[in-house]
Design a protein around this ligand. Structure first.
Ligand SMILES: NC(=O)c1ccc[n+]([C@@H]2O[C@H](COP(=O)([O-])OP(=O)(O)OC[C@H]3O[C@@H](n4cnc5c(N)ncnc54)[C@H](O)[C@@H]3O)[C@@H](O)[C@H]2O)c1
Ligand SMILES: [Zn+2]
Length: 371
C-alpha cells in the first residue's frame, strides 16, 4: 500500500492507494478512530460491484453500516438529491460524529461530500473513489459541490475528507469510456508539471488500458501526489491550483456547446490540444511537443479535434467562462511538456482562428461523440 499525505493548515489526511483496500476498509476506518454507526452513500451500479462487499467487511468488523442509494448519473448531483439524503440521514439517526463514506466516481464524491459538509454543519467524510478520474482528481482536495439549474458545480464548499481510500483494483470493471476520461486528466498532470509521468503514460499506454495494476498504481500515485502538493500550496484555489484547469477553459466551452454529448475527458483532451496550438502560434510550445501531446491522446482513444461545433457559440461560451478576467480570456498554456504558464495575451482573433482550424466536421466524428 502507498501512502500520500495531504498537509493542510487545519486538516491533515492520508490518501491510501493500493489493490484490495476496499474489502478491508474497516482497518483504515478503525485507524481513524471510528467505531459504531457509519453511512455508505453510493449508486446502484457501484453498490452491486463494491458497496455490498464493503458493507460486509464493515459489519464483520463490528460497525453498524447503513447504505443510502442515489440514482445513477450527473443529473442526481443536485440540490434536490442532497435534500433527500439529509432526510435519509435523519431517518437513520445519523449524528454529527457519524462518518459518511462516499463510494463511487466523482459524482458520488461531490454529492456525498456536499452532504457531509452541510448535514449538521459538517460530519466526517471518507472518500472511496472507484473511477480513474475520481482516484487521480476529484476525491483529493476538498472541493465538493452539487449542480443547480444552470449552475454547474457552483453550490458547494471546500471540505476536506478524513481519508481517501483508493482501491486500484476497482478499475477493472470500469467501462472504457470512463477509463479514457480519467486518462485525459492523468495526461494533464504530466503536461502541467511531470514530464516523467507523461513519458510513462506515453510508453505504457497499452498496459494501462489493459489494467496492469502495477503501472496503474504508479500513475495514480504520481497524479495524487501532484494534486496533493498543489492543494497544500493553494487549498482555496486563488492562484496555483488554477493550473489544474489546463485544457478546461476550452473544454468547458465544448461541453456546453455540444450539450454535454462530448464527455468531460474528451472535451479536456480537445482543450489541451487547442491550448497547445494557441501556445505554439504564440511562439512558446514547440511543434514536436505539440505532436507528442496529440499522439498520446490519440493512443488513449481520446479525440483531438473539435467535432464540428459552431465557432461563434464556442467563442460566446469562452467569454462567459468564469476564468475570464477583466474581459480577457485567461488560459493555462503549455510551454513544454512538464511546464505551463498563465496567459491572457492570446488575442480573440487568434483564439477564433485556432478554433476554426481545429474544427473538423466529419460524420465519423459525429458518430463517435453520439455514443
Ligand atoms: N471535486 C472535484 O475536484 C472534481 C474534479 C473533477 C471532476 N469532478 C466531478 O466529477 C464528476 C465526474 O466523475 P467521474 O468521471 O468519476 O464520473 P461518475 O461519477 O459519473 O462515474 C462514471 C460512471 O462509472 C460508474 N462507475 C463508478 N465506478 C465504477 C467501477 N469501479 N466500475 C464500473 N463502473 C463504475 C458510475 O456509476 C458512472 O456511471 C463530475 O460531476 C465532475 O464535476 C469533481
Ligand atoms: Zn477535469
Amino acid at each position: 500500500m502507498h501512502n500520500i499525505k495531504v498537509n493542510l493548515h487545519l486538516n491533515n489526511y492520508e490518501i491510501r492507494i493500493g489493490s484490495g483496500l476496499l474489502e478491508k476498509a474497516s482497518e483504515a476506518l478503525s485507524d481513524l478512530g471510528f467505531n459504531g454507526k457509519l453511512v455508505i452513500i453510493t449508486n446502484p451500479v457501484v453498490k452491486v460491484l463494491y458497496g455490498d462487499m464493503l458493507r460486509a467487511d464493515l459489519e464483520a468488523a463490528g460497525f453498524d453500516a447503513s447504505v443510502l442509494i442515489v440514482p445513477e448519473g450527473e443529473d442526481f448531483k443536485s440540490l434536490e438529491q442532497a435534500g433527500k439524503l439529509f432526510l435519509g440521514l435523519n431517518e437513520i439517526h445519523a449524528e454529527r460524529t457519524t462518518p459518511i463514506l462516499a463510494v463511487g466516481g466523482g459524482v458520488m464524491g461531490d454529492l456525498a461530500g456536499f452532504v457531509s459538509a452541510t448535514y449538521m454543519r459538517g460530519v466526517p467524510l471518507v472518500q472511496i473513489p472507484t473511477t480513474l478520474l475520481s482516484q487521480v482528481d476529484s476525491s483529493i482536495g476538498g472541493k465538493v459541490a452539487v449542480n443547480h439549474g444552470r449552475l454547474k458545480n457552483n453550490i458547494g464548499a471546500f471540505y476536506q475528507p478524513k481519508m481517501v481510500i483508493t482501491d486500484v483494483s476497482t478499475l477493472k470493471t470500469l467501462p472504457e469510456k470512463e477509463m479514457n476520461n480519467g486518462l485525459a486528466e492523468a495526461i494533464k498532470y504530466g503536461i502541467i508539471c511531470d514530464k516523467g509521468l507523461f513519458q510513462i503514460i506515453e510508453s505504457e499506454i497499452e498496459r494501462i488500458k489493459s489494467f496492469d495494476e502495477r503501472i496503474l498504481t504508479e500513475v495514480i500515485c504520481r497524479c495524487a501526489g501532484i494534486k496533493a502538493k498543489i492543494v497544500e500550496k493553494d487549498e482555496k484555489d486563488t492562484g496555483l491550483r488554477n493550473i489544474l484547469n489546463y485544457g478546461h477553459t476550452i473544454g468547458h466551452a465544448i461541453e456546453t456547446v455540444s450539450d454535454f454529448r462530448v464527455s468531460h475527458g474528451q472535451a479536456v483532451s480537445i482543450g489541451m490540444v487547442t491550448a497547445g496550438l494557441i501556445s505554439l502560434k504564440m511562439g512558446f510550445l514547440s511543434d514536436s511537443d505539440l505532436n507528442r501531446i496529440e499522439a498520446v491522446l490519440i493512443k488513449s482513444a481520446l479525440p483531438v479535434k473539435i467535432p464540428g461545433l459552431d465557432i461563434d457559440d464556442l467563442m460566446q461560451a469562452l467569454k462567459h467562462d468564469k476564468k475570464k478576467k477583466e474581459g480577457k480570456i485567461r488560459f493555462i498554456l503549455p510551454k513544454s511538456i512538464g511546464e505551463v504558464f498563465f496567459s491572457d495575451e492570446a488575442s480573440t482573433a487568434l483564439i477564433e482562428q485556432v478554433l476554426r482550424e481545429m474544427n473538423e466536421e466529419t460524420e465519423d466524428l459525429r458518430q463517435h461523440y453520439r455514443k
